[in-house]
Design a protein around this ligand. Sequence first.
Ligand SMILES: Nc1ncnc2c1ncn2[C@@H]1O[C@H](COP(=O)(O)OP(=O)(O)OP(=O)(O)O)[C@@H](O)[C@H]1O
Length: 503
Amino acid sequence: MGVVDGRGEEMQDPVGCKERIFVSVRLRPLTDNEIARHDVCDWECISDNTIIYRNSLSVSEKSIYPTAYTFDRVFSSDCPNRQVYEEGAKEIALSVVRGINSSIFAYGQTGSGKTYTMTAITYRGDILSAESGSLRLLDDPENYFAREERMSRLERLTEETLRDSNHFKELLSICEAQTQIGENSLTETSIRSHQTLKVTVESSALEFLDNDKSSTLVASVNFVDLAGTEGVSQTSSAGARLKEGCHINRSLLTLGTVIRKLSTGRNGHIPYRDSKLTWILQYSLGGNARTAIICTMSPARTHVEQSRNTLLFASCAKEVTTKAQVNVVMSDKALVKQLQRELAKLENELRSAGMAPTSSISDALLREKDLEIEKLRKEVAILTQQRDLAWSVVEGLRQAADNESPRDEKTVKAGSDSQYPKLRVRDRDSMDFENSTIVRPILTVGVRCCSPSDRQSFSSEDNFLQLPDFKLTIPHASVSSPQLSPRIPVSVRTTLVQEEDRD
Ligand SMILES: Nc1ncnc2c1ncn2[C@@H]1O[C@H](COP(=O)(O)OP(=O)(O)OP(=O)(O)O)[C@@H](O)[C@H]1O
């Protein structure tokens, strides 16, 4: 649901209703002129949805043009305006009272019946300007839609609030008076401009009313009677009319390009900016609006090319998807209230969502830490035990060494810490105790090697010295440390020799 505040700013609902443009085709009867020219009818509506080309196609034409075209609805030449409105436009046009923007287009060749159709469909308009001349299109930085829909505003645009139906008729007549009408070789009177009537409707629906009844729905419906799609060459126009025709053709060409690009469904650049027409109508073409296009066509054989172009445009248009949203307007007061409610709700969600995981995470962390502490305690106990044993071994070593001759003796400080005693090592070649930080694991090794089986194999000093790749497992000490590995055999030898000696 979209939200508009009291200043007219609108926040769009991110979730809109996606649907295809509703496309219908209306065939008109032959005009008096066409009958006088002995033109013939080549098109026929064979059902509510299908129109066919009755004339036989040549072999080359068959490969290019289809014979049958299917749309959401096709209206035969005898269909009254009322039925065209009811079945081709009403449902979409009236979406406006539910807060959904909508647009009804009439597209087709000059003289094919666009104005005839749109006059019947159009009910009211609000794009009125007392001044004549062309309107300039300006980007509107103030318009919230501009961000979402890249809307623009028309220069010198005035808005009128309708009082009653007479007021509406009065405004429509001003509109009609400003419509540029010209003549060309196809029609006696031809509308030489695109005509857009926009009606903005504010309505209230119970479901959108909050307690203080300050929400309303606001949406617009556009009735667009496009200029004829005739080629400039067909109109035999010259001078200003020719120039006008070129502008019209360019805008219709851009419209065709926009529709074609949108119909592919790919996310590429859509050239809305290439013409004022597409720029003004961009949100009706693939944006926030429900859209119906009524393509009008002449049944005459002489216009078969234009009719096919119209049907091609219609075929592309039915592939285009729009995404209409409900636009809700709120007063400042209601908006503040709603935001406060949303804030409170979010805070609650945050709190409840935050509490459970946080507590369970911290519980788990605490448990993990406890286990770690317990493990470390055990390790400390083991190490303490080993250290005590080692101390006793060292003590024994020292006493034994004191009793021997000082030949080849070297004193090594076993640890930077003064609590460690000095070690005497008998074999000079195996000395490498400079980095005394390794003393503790070395001593641990010595003790481990004093198991009965080890003693068995190391019964003499010679055997002992042939212990190059002694593999050690020192609980919780990093045996693989490059600092420790090369020094360990030295210690083993020393310690075990002394142990042997002691035994
Ligand atoms: N369905 C119809 N039934 C009867 N007459 C029709 C129908 N459609 C169009 N006409 C007649 O055909 C003529 C041309 O119609 P209209 O002016 O609506 O064409 P148009 O497409 O708006 O042309 P332009 O683009 O030049 O303004 C008019 O005389 C109109 O009354």
